[in-house]
Design a protein around this ligand. Structure first.
Ligand code: BGC
Length: 763
C-alpha cells in the first residue's frame, strides 16, 4: 500500500485539484508523474454497464449479465443470495476492467409512483439496509468497490436535479437514512454517491450535515463521496460540505474554481487534502485487484435465473397454478416474446443473453399446444383488433397466460409515473380474455405496484414477475409449472388506489420543494396507522405449500435495551411440497414519549422446509429494534416499558404476539429548558425531583386564578374548562407568569433557578 500522506505532499496544488474532478465520464484523473492511476467506475446497480470507451457518456455497453432489479431482489429477502450476486457482479467488473460499480441504491419507496423505484429495494428501511449491506459485501469481498446511492432523500424523479426534499430530522433518521447507515456501518462501501436534490434547502452535494457530520463523522465512513453525475453546482461549496469527487469530467472550470478558492484563502487547503486522501485511498485499493479476463456467462445467467425465481411473488392463486395437464395454452401479450426484464436509464444493461418467456414456457409445456397473440402494441394506442385476436385464442384454449409488462413510457429513470395503472389496452385485454377464459393467469413485469382492482377478481392467478433480469423468462415458466415453488414476498405494499398512498397529498411537490408531510408514515406504517385496506400488504406472498408457526418464545421477558433479545419460533411445512417461508418480526411499542408507527420490521428469516418438516428459527433483536430517534436528545433512545413482538407471515398476517418489558439503562441528558412544559418537567426524573413538590401549589393557584376549585364548578373553571388540562402543556414559565403576584421573584428567574438545579444533577 502506498504511503498516501507522502504522496499528497508531493502533489502540486493543480494535481490535487484535478484529482477531485473526473477526467472523463467514467474515470478519475491519473497523475502519471507520481504513478497515480485512474479509477474506473461503471453503472450499476444490477449489472455492469461498462461502456467500451470511457470518453463516451452513453453508448452501447459491453455485454454483461443483467440481474433482476432491486424490487425483485428485495422480494427474495435472501441476504445470502444477494451476497452471491455481489460476488458475480464483482467477477464481471474484474473482467470488464471496472474498479467501482455504481450501486446499490438504498432510497426508500416513498410513493409507488417514483420512476426509479425498480432500482430501489423497499419501503422499509430495515429490509433495504439488510439487502444493500449484503450486496455491497458480496461485491467488495472480491476486491471491487461499490457506490451506495443516492444519498439522501432522493425519492422521486420529478425535478430531481433541483427539488428540495423538506423532511424533518426524525423522519430522516428513522426512515430515509437507516438503510444507508446500516450499509455504511456493516459493509463499508468504498464510495457513497450523493443525490441530485436538495435536502431542506441545501444541495445534497454540498450538505455538510449529511456528508460530513453524519456520514463521515457519526457513521465512520472511510471511503470517498462521489457526486451523482452532474449533481455539483458549486465545486467549492461541495468540497467544504464533504464531497470528495465530482463526476463526470472533464470539467476544467471546476478545477480552476478550486484553485482560485485556495489561492484566495476561501478554501482551506486541508479540506482539499482530505478529499485527495480519500480518493487516493480508493484508487490504490482498487489497483490491488488485477483486472481483465473473462467471466462465466452461463453460470451468471443461471444465478440470475435462480434469483429471479426466488424474487417472483405469487399474488393470487385460486388453485390453477401450478399448471398441470393442460392441452392447449394460449400465451398472450408481447412481453412473452419481448421479455421486459429491466428498466430504462443509467442502469440499462446490454445482456449476455435473454431467456424468452414464450420459448421457456413452451419448453416446459410437454405436448401441450402453445399458441401466441401479441395482445397489445408497443405504444399507448388502443387496438381492439389485437384484443379480439387474443380473445379468440383464449376461448379455444384450456388456459390463458397473459404476459403484461408496464411499458417504459410509463416507468423509467428520469420521470415519475403519473398513475398506478397498466395501459388502457392492457386492462381491456385482461378483462376481455378473463371474461371468456376463467382459467387466466396474469404475469406482470413492472418495477413497482400496479392497480389491479378493475380486473383481479376475474382472473385465476397473478404472478408478480418484476423486472426480472435477463433469465427471468425461464423463472416464470419454472413457477407456472411448479418446477420451483414460489417463495418471494413483497418488499412494498400494493395499494388499492393511488389516493390511498402515504405521500399522495404531498406528491410530487412544486415551487422548488416537496414536503414529506407524511413523516415516518410511509408504506405499511401508513396503512397500519390509517387502518386502511390494501391490495396486497408488505411481506405478503403465496406458496404452493402452507406453513404453520408454533412455539413462539423470547429469550427474556424482561430485558435491558443494550442486551436486546432473541425471538424463537417453530415453522412447519404443513403441505405436500417442499417450499421456503419468509417469516417476519415486527416490534410494537405500547407507549412512547413521541408518536411511533404501529409496528416496524426489525428482523426476518427465510427457511427451506420439506413437507412435514419443522425448524426452529431464531431472530435476534438489538437495541435499535426498540429505539427511536429523539430530535431533542439528538440520538436514538429507548424508554422503559412494554413492547409487543409480532411474528408474522406478512405485515397483516401476524401469527404470534409476545409481550416483553424493556428496562432502559440509557442515561439520557436532561433536555429541560426555558420552554419546557409542566408535563415535560414532571416526566423528567430530575425535573420531577426539583419541581414536583411545587406542582400542587401551582395547581391550586391556577384553579383559583381561573375561578376553579370553587364548589360550584368542581374542577372546571369559571370559563367552563379544566384549566390544568391546558396548563400542563404550557411552558412552566408561562404558567408562573400568571401567578407572578404571588411569587417571590420574576417567573423567568424562578425557572432559571430550577434549570440550574436539574442540569447540575447531570454532572
Ligand atoms: C444516475 C446515477 C448513475 C449516474 C451515472 C445518474 O444520472 O442518477 O444512478 O450512477 O447517472 O450513470
Amino acid at each position: 500500500m502506498k504511503n498516501i500522506q507522502s504522496l499528497i505532499s508531493q502533489m502540486a496544488l493543480e494535481e490535487k485539484a484535478a484529482l477531485c474532478t473526473g477526467a472523463s465520464p467514467w474515470t478519475t484523473t491519473p497523475v502519471e508523474r507520481l504513478d497515480i492511476p485512474e479509477l474506473i467506475m461503471s453503472d450499476g446497480p444490477h449489472g455492469v454497464r461498462r461502456v467500451p470507451d470511457v470518453n463516451a457518456m452513453v453508448i452501447e455497453s459491453l455485454p454483461a449479465t443483467c440481474f433482476p432489479t432491486a424490487s425483485c431482489l428485495a422480494s427474495t429477502w435472501d441476504v445470502d443470495l444477494l451476497h452471491k450476486m455481489g460476488e458475480a457482479l464483482a467477477e464481471e467488473c474484474i473482467a470488464l476492467n471496472v474498479d467501482v460499480l455504481l450501486g446499490p441504491g438504498a432510497n426508500m419507496k416513498r410513493s409507488p409512483l417514483g420512476g426509479r423505484n425498480f432500482e430501489y429495494f423497499s419501503e422499509d428501511p430495515y429490509l433495504a439496509g439488510e439487502m444493500a449491506a449484503s450486496l455491497i459485501d458480496g461485491i467488495q469481498s472480491r476486491g471491487v468497490g461499490t457506490s451506495l446511492k443516492h444519498y439522501a432523500a432522493n425519492n422521486q424523479e420529478f425535478q430531481r436535479f433541483s427539488i428540495s426534499a423538506e423532511v424533518d430530522e426524525r423522519t430522516l433518521r428513522e426512515i430515509y437514512l437507516p438503510a444507508f447507515e446500516k450499509a455504511v456501518k456493516q459493509a463499508r462501501p468504498w464510495t457513497v454517491m450523493c443525490s441530485y436534490n436538495k435536502v431542506n434547502g441545501t444541495f445534497a452535494s454540498e450538505h455538510h450535515y449529511l456528508l460530513t457530520d453524519i456520514l463521515k463523522n457519526e457513521w465512520g465512513f472511510e471511503g470517498l463521496v462521489v457526486s451523482d453525475w452532474g449533481a455539483v453546482r458549486d465545486r467549492v461549496a461541495a468540497l467544504k460540505g464533504g464531497l470528495d469527487l465530482e463526476m463526470p469530467g472533464p470539467q476544467e472550470r471546476r478545477v480552476q474554481a478550486v484553485l482560485d478558492a485556495i489561492r484566495s484563502r476561501e478554501l482551506d487547503e486541508a479540506v482539499l487534502d482530505e478529499a485527495v486522501r480519500r480518493i487516493l485511498n480508493i484508487v490504490f485499493k482498487a489497483k490491488e485487484t488485477p483486472k481483465n479476463g473473462t467471466f462465466d456467462v452461463d453460470a451468471h445467467h443461471e444465478l440470475a435465473h435462480k434469483i429471479a425465481t426466488e424474487g417472483m411473488v405469487l399474488l393470487k392463486n385460486n388453485g390453477l397454478l401450478p399448471l398441470k395437464g393442460q392441452q392447449h395454452i394460449a400465451v398472450i401479450g408481447r412481453a412473452a416474446e419481448n421479455a421486459h426484464f429491466q428498466g430504462g436509464g443509467s442502469s440499462h444493461i446490454n445482456p449476455t443473453k435473454v431467456a424468452v418467456p414464450f420459448k421457456e414456457l413452451k419448453a416446459q409445456s410437454g405436448n401441450a399446444e402453445v399458441t401466441y397473440a401479441e395482445g397489445y402494441p408497443t405504444d399507448d394506442s388502443f387496438r381492439q383488433d389485437m384484443i379480439d385476436q387474443a380473445v379468440g385464442l383464449a376461448q379455444s384454449a384450456d388456459v390463458a397466460v397473459l404476459y403484461i409488462a408496464l411499458p417504459t413510457f410509463k416507468e423509467s429513470e428520469g420521470y415519475d409515473r403519473s398513475d398506478l395503472d397498466l395501459t388502457d389496452q392492457q386492462v381491456a385485454l385482461i378483462k376481455a380474455v378473463s371474461n371468456v377464459q376463467p382459467q387466466t393467469v396474469v404475469v406482470l413485469n413492472n418495477g413497482a405496484p400496479v392497480a389491479m382492482s378493475e380486473w383481479i377478481d376475474g382472473v385465476a392467478a397473478v404472478l408478480e414477475g418484476w423486472m426480472m433480469g435477463q433469465a427471468g423468462g425461464a423463472a416464470i415458466a419454472d413457477v407456472l409449472f411448479g418446477r420451483v415453488n414460489p417463495c418471494g414476498k413483497l418488499a412494498e405494499t400494493f395499494p388499492l388506489k393511488i389516493s390511498d398512498t402515504p405521500a399522495h397529498l404531498n406528491w410530487p411537490g412544486g415551487a422548488g420543494e416537496v414536503r414529506y408531510g407524511e413523516g415516518l408514515f410511509i408504506g405499511y406504517r401508513y396503512y397500519d396507522a390509517k387502518e386502511m385496506p390494501v391490495l396486497f400488504p408488505f411481506g405478503y406472498g403465496l406458496s404452493y405449500t402452507q406453513f404453520a408457526y408454533s412455539n413462539a418464545k423470547v429469550s427474556a421477558e424482561t430485558f435491558g435495551a443494550a442486551d436486546g433479545l432473541t425471538v424463537t419460533v417453530d415453522v412447519t411445512n404443513t403441505g405436500d411440497l417442499a417450499g421456503k417461508e419468509i417469516l417476519q418480526v415486527y416490534v410494537h411499542d405500547q407507549q412512547s414519549g413521541l408518536v411511533r408507527p404501529e409496528k416496524e420490521l426489525k428482523g426476518f428469516a427465510k427457511v427451506e422446509l420439506q413437507p412435514g418438516e419443522t425448524r426452529s428459527v431464531s431472530i435476534p433483536l438489538d437495541f435499535r429494534a426498540f429505539a427511536y430517534y429523539h430530535p431533542e436528545y439528538k440520538e436514538w433512545i429507548t424508554e422503559d416499558g412494554d413492547f409487543d413482538i409480532l411474528i408474522g407471515a406478512s405485515a397483516t398476517d401476524i401469527r404470534h404476539t409476545l409481550k416483553v418489558t424493556l428496562e432502559s439503562s440509557l442515561g439520557l441528558p436532561c433536555i429541560l429548558d426555558k420552554e419546557s412544559t409542566i408535563r415535560e418537567w414532571m416526566a423528567d426524573p430530575r425535573g420531577k425531583a426539583v419541581f414536583g413538590s411545587f406542582y400542587d401549589q401551582i395547581e391550586t393557584m391556577s384553579r383559583k386564578i381561573f375561578g376553579g376549585g370553587d364548589e360550584r364548578y368542581g374542577n372546571e373553571s369559571a370559563i367552563g374548562m379544566d384549566i390544568m388540562d391546558m396548563m400542563n402543556d404550557m411552558p412552566l414559565v408561562s404558567v408562573l407568569a400568571f401567578q407572578q403576584s404571588a411569587l417571590p421573584m420574576p417567573a423567568e428567574e424562578l425557572v432559571d433557578g430550577l434549570l440550574m438545579q436539574v442540569h447540575s444533577m447531570d454532572k
